[in-house]
Design a protein around this ligand. Structure first.
Ligand code: ZN
Length: 275
């Protein structure tokens, strides 16, 4: 009943490539259209970091849902500046997004400091440096030390708890398996298993009890940016650097993937521009 939107995403993306998708609810099947229209009466809980991916999903959720509960997770991350940038993005753009998509945005900071306490990672330990200047082959050759074990388990659990509290059954994340850093908890099999566990353990339902929306799962970074531009994302105001450097350090995996994606579209990274 609560199908994942990613089920039909390829057909939607196809339309977008043709530049004909001014309205992403225009799909070929009437039943689908009715389903997605019904989402405007519902709410979704979104994990939001102010980065390229989750900001795209913020706009995507606003387009489809009537209310977007935005959770910004404070887990003691090295790049804690992302929380300030995430908040600044909402302060600057929420009003426009709400007007444009006829939705309401509810921001909320969530403390999951236990992640820093327990998880060893270069994003949670000052004495471990994130890798520098890696090629994509090197990024994918092993799980990098920027991986935070269990982070997405906490995030998805918190999102599902929030959804339950608001009598909703939808959560959303910006995870994807292409152009990512090789994190095991960004893979579709992990997301599907978590959906099953949360459906059973929180919603007392079968695996379809919770809608886990991961619309970027099968998109590469350039496709994500193209989608976001259609949805009005201001990438200039997003931030993705693991080192927490405004405008990007240019050396960490996140900066490298982000710049390559803009370059692939014939663009420069707008967060780097003074214009
Ligand atoms: Zn960086």
């Amino acid at each position: 009943m609560h199908r994942d939107l990613s089920d039909w995403w390829p057909s939607c993306l196809h339309n977008m490539r043709d530049d004909r998708i001014a309205n992403i609810m225009v799909v070929e099947h009437a039943a689908r259209e009715a389903y997605y229209c019904s989402l405007k009466k519902d709410s979704v809980h979104l994990a939001f970091s102010g980065g390229l991916d989750s900001t795209t999903v913020l706009h995507w959720c606003a387009r489809l849902f009537g209310e977007v509960h935005v959770m910004m997770f404070d887990y003691g991350q090295r790049h804690a500046v992302e929380l300030d940038i995430a908040r600044a993005y909402l302060d600057k753009h929420s009003q426009d997004i709400q007007s444009k998509f006829d939705c309401k945005i509810w921001p909320r900071k969530v403390d999951v400091g236990i992640v820093k306490e327990l998880a060893s990672s270069s994003l949670t330990r000052d004495n471990i440096d994130p890798p520098k200047d890696q090629t994509e082959e090197e990024m994918l050759s092993s799980v990098p030390n920027t991986f935070v074990p269990g982070r997405n388990i906490y995030f998805m659990t918190a999102l599902a708890q929030g959804a339950y509290a608001y009598n909703s059954r939808h959560i959303a994340m910006g995870v994807n398996i292409l152009d990512y850093s090789g994190y095991p908890d960004c893979r579709p099999e992990f997301v599907a298993k978590m959906r099953d566990a949360l459906s059973i353990g929180i919603f007392n339902s079968d695996s379809a009890g919770l809608g886990v929306h991961a619309p970027l799962m099968n998109l590469n970074k350039s496709e994500i940016i193209r989608l976001g531009m259609q949805l009005g994302v201001s990438y200039k105001d997003t931030h993705s650097c693991y080192n927490g450097i405004i405008g990007g350090c240019g050396e960490c995996d996140s900066c490298i993937l982000r710049r390559k994606a803009f370059y692939g579209l014939g663009l420069s990274d707008p967060s780097m521009s003074d214009e």
